[in-house]
Design a protein around this ligand. Structure first.
Ligand SMILES: COc1ccc([C@H]2[C@H](O)[C@H](O)[C@H](C)N2C)cc1
Length: 449
């Protein structure tokens, strides 16, 4: 083990109530909204091929021209309650909202820069109504904050000269001021989601970032900060030089999912996912592969089955309305969650071998197991392997608990649960209970000798 001052200060899952609540969310919403939603991936009739929220970095647009988009920010169709209602009916338990993306435009009236909503035609705070609306809907709010700030004169990609160093010192104080301002203005926020922390300039600030993280945790006890905020003194990010996760949960799962439980190293984690292949901010061209509700539900099931949460991104339009395709997905996911969310909320890795028909989840603190079925076996028999001495009882469709499904023990600790569900067009859930004393329940049929 290397002696580290600014590596991880804790190992393993945080045991406190705030983190237990986070662990049980299952499904979340990401919102990417800002000036980039106005051009929506297009400029002077030409489409930008990168991610729409990165359009400022496109050679095709002078930076000052992009920056003057502030004078066009007037989202007449913005309705915080409507956004929260969409998330509520979808079944999201938390939302991560961009307060400031890389372009430096602040959706709150920060007093540390003029580049905020206060100096736009809209004038009003966007974050406050959103925090209030989501809090009222019972959806916890996490504030996304990009450290990299293309608008601030003190930002540097690396520190090469004395002048860089002086400028960046000012930038570091500005960043600290804005973070304290956000936690002070929006005290109900449950976490900070940091981005724009990969450049050398910030990676070299191990001591400053470590002290700042500790200051923020003292200011807001219980606040949740993931592995994207800071590097250790050797420049290691996410996992420190001893391989220990820095922060409260792993934030490396961006547009990708772990395959097996070993991939998550016993840590908390969530996956943040775009609906198109790689568009976070609003992009007019809704092109390439657009994930269906079925795919997004399967990613949610897979995430929870591996002990994580799944966060689906929304990129509201420049006028403040959520695009109809995203509203439709939210509706379809919500309809599925209405029937099956018991298998998602407050569930965890079931410590059972994955089977071809889908994913296992386990209700935290109970012996209830859920089988989330995405691939129905032609013979209607669902294979389940249990650890030795563990029994299985009362298998039933989650949507129809009165139906007792036949359980056949086909060999030691291996069972078929029979369920013919030919009309299934949507993923469905079978549930059963395990108990440690196998002798106690004889309702499974011994394999025919
Ligand atoms: C350099 O590759 C990047 C950098 C930043 C991102 C940003 C996206 O703009 C979005 O905010 C995502 C959550 N974040 C990682 C994506 C890819």
């Amino acid at each position: 083990k290397i002696n580290l001052v600014h590596g991880a200060h804790r190992d393993g899952k945080r045991p406190d109530e705030a983190m237990k609540k986070w662990r049980g969310y299952g499904l979340g919403q990401f919102i990417h909204w800002g000036l980039y939603a106005i051009p929506g991936g297009e400029w002077n009739g030409k489409t930008y091929n990168g991610a729409a929220e990165w359009i400022r970095s496109w050679d095709g647009i002078p930076k000052s021209t992009y920056d003057s988009l502030i004078y066009k920010f007037n989202p007449v169709n913005f309705d915080a309650k409507a956004w929260a209602a969409t998330a509520k009916q979808m079944g999201a338990k938390y939302v991560t909202i961009t307060t400031k993306h890389h372009d430096g435009f602040c959706l709150w009236p920060s007093k540390y820069t003029d580049y905020t909503v206060a100096n736009s035609p809209w004038k009003k705070d966007i974050i406050k109504p959103l925090v209030d609306a989501y809090d009222a809907a019972g959806i916890d709010v996490i504030l996304y904050f990009s450290v990299m700030d293309w608008n601030h004169p003190g930002w540097r990609y690396d520190i090469k000269t004395e002048a860089d160093s002086i400028a960046f010192e000012g930038f570091k104080q500005f960043t600290r001021n804005q973070l304290i301002e956000l936690l002070t203005l929006y005290p109900t926020a449950k976490g900070l989601w940091f981005d724009g922390t990969w450049d050398k300039s910030w990676v070299k600030q191990a001591a400053f970032a470590d002290e700042l993280e500790q200051e923020l945790r003292k200011l807001r006890p219980g606040i949740i900060i993931g592995s994207r905020f800071r590097a250790d003194e050797y420049g290691k990010r996410h996992f420190d030089s001893n391989g220990v996760l820095i922060g409260d949960y792993e934030q490396g799962w961006e547009r990708k999912l772990p395959e097996k439980i070993a991939d998550v190293h016993g840590n908390d984690w969530d996956c943040v996912m775009t609906v198109p292949e790689n568009q976070w901010g609003y992009n007019k061209a809704w092109k390439g592969h657009i994930k269906t509700a079925f795919e997004l539900i399967e990613m949610t099931a897979k995430s929870v089955s591996l002990g994580g949460n799944f966060v689906m991104n929304f990129g509201p339009q420049g006028d403040g309305a959520i695009r109809k395709e995203e509203l439709q997905l939210a509706k379809e996911i919500g309809d599925w969650m209405k029937v099956n969310s018991e298998a998602i909320y407050n569930c965890e890795y079931a410590v059972l071998d994955k089977q071809d028909w889908g994913y296992f989840t386990k209700k935290t603190g109970s012996n209830k197991i859920y089988m989330l079925v995405f691939n129905t076996p032609i013979n209607g028999k669902y294979r389940v392997k249990l650890p030795a001495k563990m029994g299985i009882s009362m298998a039933a469709p989650l949507s129809n608990p009165g139906v007792k499904l036949k359980i056949e023990e086909i060999k030691a600790n291996e069972y078929f649960i029979e369920f013919n569900n030919p009309s299934a067009k949507q993923p469905f859930v079978i549930t059963f209970e395990t108990d440690t004393d196998k002798k106690s329940n004889q309702n499974y049929e011994k394999a025919k000798t």
